[in-house]
Design a protein around this ligand. Sequence first.
Ligand code: NAP
Length: 341
Amino acid sequence: MGERVLVTGATGYVAGHCIEELLRHGYAVRGTVRRPGDTAAVAHLRAIADEVGGELELVEAHLDRDEGWDAAVEGCPLVMHVASPLPIENPTDEEALLGPAREGTLRVLRAAARGGVRRVVQTSSVAAVHYSGTPEDHVCTEADWSDPALTPLYPKSKTLAERAAWDFHASLPEAERFELVVMNPALVIGPVQRDRTNASVEPIRRLLSRAMPAVPALSWNLVDVRDVAVAHRLGLESDVAPGSRYILSNGSWWFRDVSRVLAEAFRGEGLRPPTRHLPYPVLWLASRFDPVLRRILPDIGRQRIYSSDKARTELGWEPRDPRQSIVDTGRSLLDHGIVTP
Ligand code: NAP
């Protein structure tokens, strides 16, 4: 069995795929969960571990509590800190999001330093990159940082959490300093492993189930969750990764083009993803009653550009065709009964 990796937030969408990637590459995995009694939330991971004969252990730890983190880290030379709140709807109390993101990161990293961990790969986001006040045609790279004063709540949580990680890392005496690598994924899509969606797959669910009858002029930078998991593993293994952040994006897609790919793939199965344009005034009106639409309103008509050249050249990261990611997302939503024809 390979080295043991602690993965935080094992019940999550991204962490689930990271755990699968690790188990399939021979690592032993210890995952943290908030509700150890909820076996249904991790049944898919148990099944993968059984299939590959891998070692999977689950322990309780909460980002908003101190207890549990030292025990979680013990015996793990490697850590993937993936957990962080990614709510579909923003909480009214900002600290409910900022606290687990920023203080939770510090809890994990302090335990890693105390436990003699060798390397930590942390999941940040392009949300910690692009709110920098740069013009729309600026190609965002790892040199860009979001300004917390310019960001909505979730990007603020990711910016503060990543800043906290680098600052804490820099403050450690050299002898206690683990290696730190940060991944900054764009909007993550790709197959769900269990019968729940998360915030980033939700728009595809809405298109596929026609919960959205027309398509807003919204553009996404997409990345497949399986490719995000590969990048996290490469982040653990690469000799050159320590000290770097890596943007993980596989190009910008307009919503209408995503919906067209879905329509082509699933029309024959009784699904009718919309292809008509949703005019801004209608969207604005609908957003008064829908918090998800309210959140996307400032992005209407805007297209951001990211470079993932660093991940490609330094890590040898090769993301798959985004069309495949879109179709596989839809297929998994059908397979898990989240969308029904
Ligand atoms: P997700 O499916 O909602 O998973 C979030 C995970 O964090 C869950 O396991 C959740 O546990 C855990 N968590 C939340 N609050 C916690 C707390 N207070 N204590 C302990 N665990 C807590 O979201 P995801 O898409 O996989 O996101 C995972 C990471 O990727 C996050 O850091 C997110 O910011 C980052 N990311 C995601 C995207 C994207 O498009 N999805 C893009 C860029 C970056 P429960 O199951 O118990 O709630």
